[in-house]
Write a protein that binds this ligand. Structure first.
Ligand SMILES: [Zn+2]
Length: 421
């Protein structure tokens, strides 16, 4: 591992205010396990105390601003000793927690008194990656080493990376990296439509349907298991439920990783910008009183479309592929309007999920229609933002006027155990 040189790259001179990151900067993190020494554990414990001290100061003085919080608490943190850079990071972490709380309150969600509950260390200062190891400061002068796994090293060896920070918990190390990705010049768009059992991705030339019924099954099993708990103790029941919920999240996440990776890779090869519908308020779509059944609602809410979108977005960003997010009004009717002529489609009573266009006299799959429509509406926005000189009308005609036959491919999500290295 020692052949990779990181000279001068990894002195954590990151701005504490992460909001100043320019748009094209892509962030990601790589996580691995490690065995902490007693000194490391002590450091995590102290960091947690520092953060919680800052939170208390912030609450008492009703401030969430980084600058003011620093002035108020930096001096008080000195009693913890150790490396001074960690103090700034503790303040930054506390400011983040306080800001999140403020946001929740503003949105009307009840919040508990905030505190960091587990020992942790997040720092953008005082570390280095060297000879396959992470080296970080314990106190002035002293340091610790953590061996990086081959996977972590592989991720970190990508050119033009900057290591921004590292996070230690009692079990895991994650390293946050950033890259200034060059935006890929796109020739078209590809729409991503979510359904209960699949993700349909495509445009009028080709549509690929990724089968995700397994995520539905995972969610159903979890619900059944949690529902079968008969313990009287609410606390125990809640703890078990959260354990199974976590397990479900991991399994779904892994399954989605393979699919979203495929989607981004394919879009990149074809130079197509990815069009997503906005997920804001997606829960609102499936709740009581919307005329859907209880089990349907539960399944739709259990489907982590947000997770799929998050993965697609950060993977696309990482390779410089543009992502277009359509607003709720822009996506209106994407699954009921003919993508060729704009006519409202009729549902076929005998064939499920098939739609009939009376004008074009064609029968199309509902999911395919939605993906194509998303792609086309995304392209309108895309072209409008690119071609400043041309009027938008020309684009609409170009999209509508070329009936083509769409190729539909169906793929199964690969098994979670299959991991390509
Ligand atoms: Zn039509």
């Amino acid at each position: 591992m020692s052949e990779i040189s990181y000279a001068g790259l990894f002195h954590g001179n990151t701005s504490l205010l992460e909001t100043t990151i320019p748009n094209l900067l892509a962030l990601k993190s790589v996580k691995q396990g490690y065995r902490p020494t007693s000194e490391t554990l002590e450091l995590l414990r102290l960091f947690r105390l520092m953060v919680n001290d800052c939170i208390d100061i912030g609450l008492a003085s009703d401030t969430t601003a980084m600058k003011r919080l620093s002035i108020l608490s930096y001096g008080k943190l000195e009693r913890y000793g150790g490396y001074s850079g960690y103090r700034l990071n503790a303040i930054s972490k506390a400011a983040g927690i306080l800001a999140a709380r403020k946001k929740s309150i503003r949105r009307g969600y009840p919040t508990k008194t905030p505190a960091l509950s587990k020992p942790l260390l997040v720092s953008s200062y005082g570390f280095k990656v060297e000879d396959g190891k992470l080296r970080f400061a314990l106190k002035a002068g002293g340091f610790q080493l953590i061996s990086l796994t081959p996977h972590t090293m592989r991720v970190l060896s990508e050119p033009n990376l900057r290591i921004r920070s590292f996070t230690l918990t009692q079990k895991s190390l994650s390293v946050c990296i950033s890259k200034q990705a060059l935006e890929v010049e796109c020739e078209g768009t590809v729409g991503v439509d979510r359904n209960l059992r699949n993700l349909t991705v495509g445009n009028e030339h080709c549509v690929i349907q990724h089968n995700l019924s397994k995520t539905v099954k995972i969610a159903e099993t979890t619900t059944r298991i949690i529902g079968s708990f008969r313990r009287d103790d609410v606390k125990v029941r809640r703890r078990l439920a959260s354990k199974y919920g976590r397990r479900r999240r991991y399994r779904t996440q892994h399954l989605l990783h393979n699919v979203t990776k495929q989607i981004v890779t394919q879009a990149l090869t074809r130079r197509e910008a990815i069009v997503l519908e906005t997920i804001e308020g997606i829960r609102r779509l499936y709740r009581r009183g919307n005329g859907q059944g209880r089990s349907y609602r539960r399944r739709m809410n259990g489907w982590s479309f947000g997770e799929a979108q998050r993965q697609i977005e950060y993977k696309a960003r990482w390779v410089g592929l543009p992502v277009i997010r359509l607003s709720r009004s822009e996506t209106k009717g994407t699954s009921v309007v003919c993508s060729q002529c704009g006519e409202r489609l009729q549902e076929d009573k005998r064939l499920r999920r098939k739609l009939w266009c009376g004008k074009c006299r064609t029968m199309t799959d509902r999911d395919v229609v939605a993906a194509i429509n998303l792609s086309q509406r995304g392209r309108l926005r895309f072209d409008r933002s690119r071609a400043h000189e041309g009027p938008q009308g020309g684009v609409v005609e170009a999209v509508k006027g070329n009936p083509t036959t769409t190729v539909l491919l169906r793929v199964d999500a690969p098994k979670p155990s299959q991991r390509k290295t």
